[in-house]
Design a protein around this ligand. Structure first.
Ligand code: HEM
Length: 500
């Protein structure tokens, strides 16, 4: 049978036709029975939260590289193969996000992460310059200042006793993103009771709760959780609206200052650094191009996409380095030779010299990608291998499982930063490593994340010896909004003897 005939015979266009449906299931998921309303998702019912990720990932690995599950009557095609990732992500048509993102809509609205079509195209074009190298360079002093505050807090914990570092890194990442995205210092590290920070925690936790236990909206809004969600949402929106109004006013005044030939260095009472919001305000042309509501959506999107992902990755790095002391020593030697007796790096050129640390970060993102799964809603029929996938399907891109494919990464569970030495990456498929996704909808903040993470990690390694308590074999993970360790990142820190 020619491939073409095979494609036609397994035609997934007819997914709603019972015969073709059976063919698909046989070909892809064996004997899963599909029930009305729940589809095949009943297989996940009753699994405890702490076991959910490992059960789901085993299912994905067993059925790779392509399989079909059903969310109600909607087919969800799971893929775990670089060639399939390329077909889906390297296609300007398939930019619409899948069903998973719906729960984020009340908070993020149609910001860059969740929007589609013309709106996404316009906003991506307007926001891209805000991630220019020069702008990121101007954020370096924020990264350094927040890292120094973090170290001050951690010095008190470097007693050799185990503690969970996750909340410390979360607060630091929140401080970084608030100041760079909104231009507002919220001092999460110093003021643990900050209402905005608390609201971000609460809303993330509530959204997560709904990911795990889907409750229809008309019921949820009458529950105590639903009411808390609504109150928290209002307070987050009020905060963002207030910041936007204040920055607008400041921008208006600063224009006057420039007209009056006051120093540009003094804009907003500090050095020339502009936040993402300031840049968007300039691009918005007084609401003609971007409305206030859209500004809020983008600010909230940065807050969400820019702190949880980096926190998780920094903590996974610390966890792995704490498990592999010889790799940690190599990082320390590199960092120490670049910084000499300095506490933290202070320039992007120093960060760029940290080549081995970069391989460590990349390998950590391979093993523990902050977003282990992403989803697209197809806009047109596509062909993946021998299957035709109908335009009605959702595609689930299993980044975590892809990164652990033994045929791409021999001994895939081993932490080995050398996999990312230039000579070892040459023959790898370009879509075999996609922690930031790929194609037009890749992560706009990836360079920002790398600079922030290198600043924080190099400073921590420079100051402390890290010992992890849990091991990669035993650690339990949850793919909440991001992939995180269920019991936090429990470490021991010992101050290094030299300098500082
Ligand atoms: C280690 C850190 C990070 C990781 C692993 C990561 C990963 C990703 C991934 C996988 C996507 C694609 C999502 C999808 O297709 O549904 C994405 C999109 C996005 N990320 Fe990141 N991200 C990180 C840090 C950041 C930071 C620091 C920011 C902002 C400062 C950011 C802002 C965004 C935005 C706005 C999008 C949507 C882009 C678009 O659709 O045009 N991310 N990120």
């Amino acid at each position: 049978m020619s491939l073409d005939t095979k494609v036609k015979s397994r035609i997934l266009i007819c997914l709603f036709d019972a015969t073709a449906d059976k063919t698909l299931k046989k070909a892809t998921t064996g004997t899963d029975i599909r029930l009305p309303i729940v589809g095949t998702k009943y297989k996940l019912f009753g699994i405890k939260r702490e076991d959910f990720f490992s059960v789901a990932i085993q299912y994905v690995l067993d059925n790779a590289p392509i399989f079909c599950t059903w969310h109600g009557s909607t087919p969800e095609i799971g893929i775990v193969k670089p060639e399939y990732f390329e077909i889906v992500t390297n296609n300007a048509v398939h930019i619409k996000k899948g069903r998973l993102y719906k729960l984020l809509l009340p908070w993020l609205g149609e910001g860059l992460l969740t929007s589609t079509g013309n709106k996404w195209h316009l906003h991506r074009r307007l926001i891209t310059p805000a991630f220019h190298f020069k702008i990121l360079e101007s954020f370096m002093d924020v990264f350094v200042e927040k890292t120094q505050t973090l170290l001050t807090g951690l010095d008190g914990m470097s007693t050799g006793e185990p503690f969970n570092i996750y909340p410390y890194i979360t607060e630091c990442a929140l401080d970084v993103i608030c100041e760079t995205a909104m231009g507002v210092p919220i001092n999460a590290m110093k003021n643990k009771e900050n209402p905005y920070v608390k609201s971000v925690y609460i809303i993330s936790e509530l959204i997560l709760g709904r990911f795990i236990k889907p409750i229809p909206e008309f019921i949820y809004k009458h529950t105590s959780q639903g009411r808390l969600f609504q109150r928290t949402l209002e307070s987050l929106h009020q905060f963002s609206d207030k910041v936007i109004a204040e920055r607008k006013e400041a921008l208006r005044k600063s224009c006057k200052c420039v007209l009056e030939r006051k120093s540009e260095d003094d804009i907003f009472g500090r050095k020339k650094r502009l936040s993402f919001l300031d840049m968007l305000l300039e691009a918005s042309e007084d609401g003609k191009i971007i409305s206030d509501r859209e500004l809020r959506e983008e600010v909230n999107t940065f807050m969400f996409a820019g702190h949880d992902t980096t926190t998780a990755n920094i903590c996974w790095n610390l966890f792995l380095l704490g498990n592999y002391p010889e790799i940690q020593e190599l990082v320390f030697e590199e960092v120490h030779s670049i910084l000499n007796d300095k506490l933290t790096p202070t320039s992007i050129s120093e960060l760029s010299e940290m080549k081995y640390l970069e391989c460590v970060i990349k390998e950590t993102l391979r093993l523990y990608p902050s977003m282990p799964v992403i989803m697209r809603q197809l806009e047109q029929e596509i062909t993946l291998g021998e299957y035709k996938i109908p335009a009605t399907a959702n595609i689930t891109l299993h980044i975590y499982a892809l990164h652990r494919s033994p045929e791409i990464y021999p001994n895939p569970n081993k932490f080995d930063p050398e996999r990312f030495f230039p000579e070892n990456t040459q023959n790898r498929h370009p879509y075999a490593y996609v922690p930031f996704s790929a194609g037009a909808r890749n992560c706009i903040g990836q360079k920002f994340a790398l600079y922030e993470e290198k600043t924080i990690l190099s400073s921590l390694i420079n100051r402390y010896k890290i010992v992890a308590i849990e091991t990669p074999e035993k650690i339990r993970m949850a793919a909440d909004l991001v992939l995180r360790p269920i019991n936090g990142t429990v470490l021991k820190l010992e101050r290094r003897v030299f300098g500082n």
